[in-house]
Design a protein around this ligand. Sequence first.
Ligand code: ADP
Ligand code: ZN
Length: 647
Amino acid sequence: PTPLMRLIDWIADYTLSPPGMVLRLGLRVPEALHSPKPSVMFERAMPGTERLTPVRQRVMAVLEDGLAHSARELTERAGASPAVIKAMADGGRINRIERIVEPAYAWPDLSTTRAELSPDQRRAAQTLIKEPSGFKVSLLQGVTGSGKTEVYFEAVADCLARGRQVLILLPEIALSVQFLARFENRFGVKPAQWHSDVPIAERRRVWRAAALGTAPVVVGARSALFLPLPDLGLIIVDEEHDSAFKQEDGVIYHARDMAVVRARLGDIPIILSSATPALETQVNVDRGRYQHVVLAARHGLAEMPAITAVDMRRERLSGQKFISGSLARALGETLERGEQSLLFLNRRGYAPLTLCRHCGHRMACPDCSAWLIEHRFEQRLVCHHCGHGRRQPDTCPNCERAHSFVACGPGVERLIEEASELLPDARIAILSSDQNTSPRDVRAVIDAFGRNEIDVLIGTQIVAKGHHFPNLTLVGVVDADLGLHGADPRAGERTFQLLNQVAGRAGRAEKPGRVLVQTFDPSNPVMRALVAGDSSAFYAAQKSERSFDAMPPFGRLAALILSGPDLDDVTASANALAKSAPTGPDVSVLGPAPAALARIRGMHRLRLLLKAPRGGNLSQIVREWIARAPPAAHVRLIIDVDPQSFL
Ligand code: ADP
Ligand code: ZN
């Protein structure tokens, strides 16, 4: 489709990627370019005169419709054996033909009864479908559990009723079981799915059906944006603030932003949905570029959970304990009532640092500037950046003292020990996205929690997303400060979004929920906004801060990351770039500086950051800059326009 071709060129230009690399994102299943092999089918022939046996009569009855049917269909529907069908074909009573059968997904049933929308929801849905065609961006904002999905389903139904295709982008598709069930419930059919977990044969089907216009709805991860949907009429980006929409290698692009471009090129509406929209999106609303549609309250009887901060400075826990007295009591009470709890800690493994208590030696990755993380279940130390793993040694590699290692800090695996001591009778499980947990394992745990077979679920951010567990009434955030430090200018915003989403899992049905947030910094604006259940002051402060510093979306950034095996080579290339840095009003270059992850997989990494005003052509400035000082042969240059990651 022309809009897709234009999008590919647009992204190549914007991200400074070779167009072929962008095109390849849309051609991930080359086999799909060929039509399927013809299949053998049967249709009725001219009527004969001889009498037919009952079974042959049944075969003829099926073929009465004048259509071609496969042998399998005929055997099933007529109760005839394959031999009968072969004999009928050989005898000329039916015709054997070869036909190419293209994949097709059933068109959703728009007449099924749907949830009765509340007046607020109805108003929101009507605003969304008021202008069903033409480019328009809407931000659908509503607290967790307000029914955003139900509301945008109305827009989906409206688009389908006009016979056009719909694309729904989700950040974490492996977790979309509940979403798919809801879709099927509403529309009576399964949508086509597109993500890296879909088996190749199925992906081929989806790609062809998308291209032929026989996939009415595609639900997918960011790469679904590159499906050649010929009659795309609506795009939905759910959880639009989620950083999983940013592709961080190969072609570095933000799928939410590119979806908006796709909508503009196709002249169609797009809906961005979130409880905590990205600041960029909010500013677009402020500027009047996006329509704002708001759902103010949770649906039905559900109330927003009560959120309390636990001041960890007062708790004086020993260095080896991470659950405060208040949280422990709340866990006990919740268990006693037969309700469920969620403990959130965004740290995989057992402990983030292992050190020798004798000499202080810290176990680090040989190839990255990162500590090794203990994974006790597997009895290994693992680097979360390169995957390097080793057995936990018996003696310290530095001082050779035996059994001298101590684990420092908490990880989800460690938390389960502490929780089990506190609640010996509870059924406790972990949900974390480790290399060796497949999406299927993840779904199994989510399903078990949904069936009330788990009392306490301990999880990383994988538990934060979109799930609805009616009996979950307590959420404990173990280390709320975790994401607040570091070089990321969005650290506060990100932490707020994540914790708000986690907190939003509590009390989503009739039973009221409560959230305990453990923090060493309760006066931090993020914690204050969470506890107050009011983000407006927080976002206002974030906006003025970023506006003052001319940070996005008030200014623009591009990161240049240079890496290579030899630090001197990398430094020389980085210095050369710095020397020929672009100049101009409000244009500045920061760095080169060692990246926060100064070494990954043995590659040394330096970063430069270009800041430029909002109006200019940032990509063009970068293009000319690099042409003036191209990096040396053994130095790799990665360009990240609108960076989200600052590692
Ligand atoms: P959000 O996406 O805003 O977090 P959801 O769309 O997931 O909210 O809705 C939260 C829960 O409330 C879901 O279980 C959903 O089925 C239910 N719900 C929302 N609106 C309605 C409605 N109008 N009628 C019945 N159930 C609803
Ligand atoms: Zn490593």
